[in-house]
Design a protein around this ligand. Structure first.
Ligand code: F3S
Length: 383
């Protein structure tokens, strides 16, 4: 009925596209989705073509058919902290307004698992790489790394092709990664950020579903985001942590074993970082900071005076629910940018050339935009 247009033109186009993608990938049927997360909503990234695509869907009366959250946008909730041109702001807000008209929640965040957590085995339609890795690896939900335009179409019909990580076979381990003990202890002692270890694993493994033997000691989402930034991996089995890891151990025999050591991580770090005397700013919040992380940053820092700005990125959802916390952090001298991230924001409007972060994902994308970036553990930044 949907394909014959009985439920409207937007749904017909959305389902037709999803079926076509499924056919190309070899799916035999579709699955129903309870949740979708629309990525690619930053005007800086999608430009007028992306804006036009979303506008067309709204003109065809598109509505989301399942709970739908949204990725960070190019402007923060309070634009005074990141000035953009009037025209740019108007276009970004147009995108917000279309998504809202369709029924999507303007959470403007890359960590939808914080406020719309799927359950074990639940089929969801997410594309943001860190969120996909977290949902599959930590929550046991099921999604592929969907392309951004597909996430909006999947939200409209609440359907996705049954393929890849949505199937039992697609979630079987493909290799075993062993992180050496020296590296684990460097992470534990805050000498190396977990995100760069994840980034190195992704760079070495590239694809598939690695079974990883490594104690991460906190910062799991940063570690997973690192993997996603350097590979096409959408799920890993973290030994002792992932809900499906125990079952996966039955399939490890005969798999290739890859060891990642300290030297390899340092070599990898050199590819995306630079050493410099003084930074223009520090950045925390890639992936976005959760309310509990923001609270611990507030507790950790006592000084209100900073020689170098510390930028914290978090969601519009956190801003709406924890406004007092944001205000306290701002009074403590932090620059808090809710609803955006430096990778999808127009950086040219900030006078920043050298940045220090705890995130390998941010380092990778910001260095590819011409910034000089260095990675250090969060505890060192907050000291
Ligand atoms: Fe999120 Fe932006 Fe990093 S979308 S994962 S904060 S690059």
């Amino acid at each position: 009925m949907i394909l014959e247009g009985e439920e409207g033109e937007a749904k017909r186009i959305a389902l037709k596209t999803i079926v076509k993608v499924g056919e190309v990938l070899g799916a035999t049927r579709l699955v129903k989705l309870k949740r979708a997360h629309i990525s690619g909503i930053s005007y800086k990234n999608i430009g007028d073509e992306g804006l036009e695509f979303i506008r067309k869907l709204v003109e065809l009366n598109a509505n989301v058919a399942c709970r739908t959250t949204t990725n960070p946008s190019a402007i923060p909730v309070n634009t005074e902290y990141l000035p953009v041109s009037e025209d740019f702001e108007r276009r970004q807000k147009e995108i917000h307004s279309y998504l809202s008209t369709m029924g999507a929640e303007l959470t403007l965040s890359c960590i939808p698992y914080e406020y719309s957590p799927p359950s074990l085995g639940e089929q969801i339609g997410w594309g943001e790489s860190n969120a996909v890795l977290y949902a599959n690896t930590i929550l046991g939900a099921r999604t592929n790394r969907e392309a951004a335009p597909l996430t909006i179409l999947e939200a409209i019909v609440a359907r996705a092709p049954l393929i890849g990580l949505r199937t039992d076979e697609g979630r079987l381990p493909s290799c075993v990664v062993v992180v050496d003990k020296k590296l684990e202890s460097e992470m534990k002692n805050n000498k190396i950020a977990p995100s760069i270890v994840g980034y190195t694993i992704g760079r070495v493994v590239k694809n598939g579903v690695p079974f990883i033997k490594c104690k991460v000691y906190g910062y799991i989402k940063e570690f997973l985001a690192g993997i996603g930034a350097s590979s096409s991996i959408g799920m890993v089995h973290l030994d002792g942590i992932s809900p499906e890891a125990e079952k996966a151990t039955r399939h490890l025999r005969n798999l290739e074993k890859i060891t990642v050591d300290y030297k390899e991580v340092r070599e990898c770090e050199e590819l995306i970082t630079m050493s410099f005397e003084e930074a223009d700013a520090y950045l925390l919040g890639c992936p976005h900071l959760s309310p509990s992380e923001l609270k611990s940053i507030l507790m950790y820092s006592t000084s209100t005076h900073r020689d170098i700005s510390v930028i914290l990125t978090t969601s519009a959802w956190v801003y709406q629910k924890f406004k007092q916390l944001i205000d306290k952090l701002r009074k403590r001298g932090f620059i808090v940018l809710p609803g955006t991230c430096l990778v999808v924001a127009p950086l040219e409007n900030l006078d920043i050339k050298r940045i220090i972060t705890d995130s390998a994902k941010a380092a990778y994308y910001l260095s590819s935009q011409g910034l000089e970036v260095s990675i250090v553990p969060r505890e060192v930044i907050l000291k």
